[in-house]
Design a protein. Structure first.
Length: 463
């Protein structure tokens, strides 16, 4: 058994070395050279810390609940525990403007909020891991909501900090590196936590596994210490010399008013809401299907480690040049179609049953298309964010995206029960069509931002 664990460690280290070599080779290609700059590398570290909590709440948690024998319908609605991601725009103005005593003078607005939230998040993860979902589902749900709230707040800080650190020409590549880091955090939280907890892995149990995964807060903290307070923090760190009413207007009202007064704002929000509904439904029920089809923990870990992560590297790396080659409109359309059609492979897996090869092909394709799609989509949202209100407006956009990922996708468990796995995956493909149609309308009307951020509220923003 010790030999087996040692071999797994050697295999993982070899994998990371090969990944590093591939990324280094990619730097030699002109379209990939911006990845070598310091701030995109800092965005990678921020992405690791941003990516792991949501995976613990969705993929890993649904895997855990499936192992505990919790009904698929309950698992599907457990996705709704991430509601704070859909509401984070409500408290984003405070994160944008409210200084924290002692910490803000020392570290600046973004870093002070980051360090505070990460400390609370680390403690909450230990409590979530120590919960008993089989016998005390209410306590488990409470800690899941707390973790989701803190994670959503961390995302507010990290997203604003990332946008403010990156120059305009670095934004697509920095976003790609951030998504690469995000998926690295996903891998640690998903495969790493399962391996730590599983009897086929380290057998530490869920409590210790969740606690150890909490150390993923460290990359962002280390990156923030090296990156500094950010170029735009001074203008966002507070309002002095004004009354409370004027402060409230500037902090709470103006960010939303500026965005909603743009041409096509409501269409953009609707697009952000429904763009990834089909993909979110599939991701929420993939692990329960894998368990039901009889795949072992080792097969689950191996496929994701040897196939999924390779595909993620390729997808994330291609994302930024993808935008440069096609333009934002075509990049959004093509990446959306790729993500939609990748679900057909899981439909095939549901027909075939327990087949590791088909599972590997499906997971690899899904991860590649998601890597490209997320980089393109997040760059698009970043381009919509006015630097005068970075945290608030980006939180508004990602909150709308989270509504589609949570509440619109929450009935996934009922659909899987009612339609069966084959019918369910077919439905996820159809669910993506409205988003593609709305994207076409936005594109034709010129409401697609091509990675250009405004520095003033009245700047022109459309192509």
């Amino acid at each position: 058994l010790r030999l087996e664990y040692r071999n797994k460690m050697i295999e993982s280290l070899t994998f990371l070395v090969v990944v590093g070599l591939l990324v280094f080779i990619g730097f030699l290609v002109p379209a990939f050279q911006p990845y070598r700059r310091p701030m995109p590398l800092m965005a990678f570290l921020l992405g690791i810390s941003s990516g792991f909590p949501l995976t613990l709440l969705l993929a890993t948690m649904t895997f855990w609940l499936s192992k505990e024998g919790v009904d698929k319908t309950a698992i599907g609605f457990a996705i709704g525990l991430t509601t704070p991601y859909t509401l984070k725009f409500l408290w984003a103005p405070l994160v944008d403007k409210l200084p924290i005593p002692i910490l803000t003078p020392l570290f600046g607005q973004r870093r002070s909020w980051l360090f505070l939230i990460q400390g609370l998040l680390f403690a909450s993860l230990w409590q979530l891991g120590g919960s008993d979902p089989a016998n005390q589902l209410g306590v488990f749900a409470l800690w899941a909501i707390i973790v989701a709230f803190l994670s959503a707040t961390q995302d507010i800080v990290i997203d604003a900090y990332r946008i403010e650190l990156l120059d305009d020409e670095e934004l697509p590549h920095g976003t790609a590196m951030n998504q690469f880091g995000y998926r690295t955090g996903n891998l640690i939280a998903g495969i790493g936590t399962v391996w730590l907890a599983s009897s086929e892995g380290m057998s530490y149990g869920w409590s210790l596994a969740y606690g150890l995964t909490g150390f993923c807060v460290l990359p962002a903290a280390i990156g923030a210490l090296f990156a500094g307070p950010g170029k735009f923090v001074e203008q966002n760190s507070g309002i002095s010399g004004h009354g409370f009413a004027e402060w409230t207007k500037e902090t709470v009202i103006n960010p939303f008013r500026e965005f909603l007064h743009r041409d096509g704002a409501l269409l953009i929000l609707l697009f952000v809401l429904i763009y990834k509904v089909g993909d979110a439904m599939g991701q929420g029920m993939l692990n329960p299907m894998i368990v039901e089809l009889g795949f072992t923990d080792t097969e689950f870990i191996t496929v994701n480690k040897l196939v999924g992560f390779w595909a993620l590297i390729a997808g994330a790396a291609v994302g930024a040049p993808f935008i440069a080659w096609l333009g934002m409109g075509k990049a959004l359309l093509l990446s959306g179609l790729m993500m939609m059609l990748s679900n057909l492979l899981f439909m095939l897996l549901a027909v075939v049953g327990h087949d590791p090869v088909i599972l590997g092909i499906a997971v690899g394709t899904e991860n590649f298309t998601s890597g490209v799609g997320l980089t393109v989509f997040v760059t698009y949202l970043s381009g919509l964010s006015n630097l005068a209100y970075t945290a608030t407006q980006f939180a508004l956009l990602t909150s709308f995206a989270a509504v589609g990922r949570t509440w619109l996708a929450a009935p996934a468990g009922m659909l899987a029960n009612g339609l069966g796995w084959v019918g369910f995956w077919g439905f996820t493909v159809l669910a993506a069509i409205p988003g593609m149609c709305l994207l076409w309308i936005l594109w034709r009307r010129g409401f697609i931002v091509n990675s250009v951020r405004q520095s003033q509220p009245n700047d022109s923003w459309a192509d």
